[in-house]
Write a protein that binds this ligand. Sequence first.
Ligand SMILES: *Cc1c(COP(=O)(O)O)cnc(C)c1O
Length: 376
Amino acid sequence: MQIRLVKPCVGEEELTALKDVIERAWLGKGPKVAEFEAAWSDFLSCPSSVAVNSGTAALHLAIQVFQFPIGKKVLVPAMTFVSTANAALYNRLEPVFVDVDEDTLSIDLEDLDRKCDPDCVAVIPVHFGGHPVKMDELMTWARDKNIKVVSDCAHCAGGSYKSKKLGLWGDIGCFSFEEKKLLVTGDGGMISSNDPELIQSLRVKAQTGMNSHTWDRAVQAEIQDYPDAYHWYYEVHELGFKYNMNDIAAAIGLVQLKKLERMNLSRSRIVKKYLQGFQNSPLVRLGMPYRDDTPYYLFMLRTSHRDSLIEHLTRMGVSTGVHTMPLPWHPLYSEHKKDIPTANRIWQEYVTLPLFPEMTDEQIQYVIDNVMEWKP
Ligand SMILES: *Cc1c(COP(=O)(O)O)cnc(C)c1O
């Protein structure tokens, strides 16, 4: 048997949606993007959202919108994808690496307080693997320090903490719909907030600074019978970026959003089977405390013989991953390596197992059996 680490859950419904886009022959930012933004906002229960072409773009803009003075600092967790920290550098701000909580692998709230100084202007909590950061505690702390909170929700589309959807706890929530994530559009992302003014400003930034987009002008002309001039007229007041989503991605996103709850329930079903399967293992521990009220992006085991387990599973046809090498282990951020003792000590003990909505019971059992039969 050969089992992939991740596999996007796509099929006939996505194909039909794509066919509609081709037949309409509006492939760029158009009606599907507007529809997807509205459906997503409805799903999260927020006034508005901006669809962008990646989670990385979402984070870049979400930090940019606050216009922090050059050289100020942004607090980020040590274990995350590189885009979280890059969001600081893109904006000529300095990333400050906060150590991780050994239990959850997310940002350690005590170290966060220790690392925070008066130059810190924002924090980017990451709900690592889907496990929610204690956002109530983090928000109380951040409001007290007057620090902006941009949540990196790349791992938790549809997830929640204390019955409130992740993404709206802070000032801005950034999602990734890259092909491995919980909702996939090939590449794509979404920025959501309860503050419509922030979203309007982000919308302009994501469409190269144009204060109205071709599609908006087409709609206005149709509805209000504007003179032709309004078809082409727009103004640019600031330096924007070509970060908007297109209708091809949005059409897939709309189908995926309808399936999201089902796909996430399937993930939870697999996690539950893994939890039962590994509960009596003397060799592996759970990588994080899996809750039953929110979906997970990663299923991780912890073992001091990680490389041996990876080799064994690879031999048996089971793909594995490592999430993640702490960012300061990359040359780009190596000057920060000494600041994160817990991440440095533990990261080499984690291995990620296959987890995707369409995993069959047979595949799940095969993974469990091979981990349980493994001897380091
Ligand atoms: C995937 C990911 C991103 C970036 O998303 P893209 O859509 O690939 O640009 C950001 N942060 C985290 C934690 C991620 O896993």
